[in-house]
Design a protein around this ligand. Structure first.
Ligand SMILES: [Zn+2]
Length: 147
């Protein structure tokens, strides 16, 4: 189960939707948590930490509510999902380079675009998703050797 499924939201959910979903889940979980703490408070504090449902929901929220962390998580998800959704293999040479913002672009058949930044390439990004539809392309490139 990924973080989006954990919070029961779509992977396109806005920050507001993420917050709402999280609050809903907290409302559901909290009464249970309270009684859990009451039972555990005189026994082992560590038992409380193992309340996995709460901590996993929190973990999901921590990541998805943070733009940078969510971006990284999305990259990971895409990498692992890529096999099923790849529309094409694209060589970096086939992509159009934009000097102004150091990005490569490639037209999607839906009319959208695949956009990849040099930073992403340096991070070793495996593929990129269309900005309009859910298709992906797999990227083929070699990192330039640092001189
Ligand atoms: Zn597309």
């Amino acid at each position: 189960m990924n973080y989006y499924e954990r919070l029961d939201i779509k992977d396109t959910a806005s920050l507001k939707e993420i917050r709402q979903a999280y609050q809903q889940l907290c409302l559901k979980v909290k009464p249970k948590l309270t009684s859990f703490i009451q039972i555990r408070v005189n026994t082992t504090p560590k038992g409380f930490m193992k309340s996995s449902k709460v901590s996993e929901t929190n973990a999901a929220y921590q990541v998805l509510s943070d733009t940078q962390k969510r971006f990284e998580y999305d990259q990971l998800l895409r990498k692992s999902n890529l096999a099923g959704a790849v529309q094409a293999d694209v060589d970096l040479d086939d992509m159009e380079y934009n000097d102004e913002n150091s990005t490569y672009r490639y037209d999607c058949r839906c009319g959208g675009m695949y956009i990849v930044t040099e930073d992403q390439l340096e991070d070793g990004i495996a593929g990129v998703e269309c900005n309009q539809c859910s298709l992906c392309v797999k990227l083929h490139y070699q990192l330039a050797e640092e001189e």
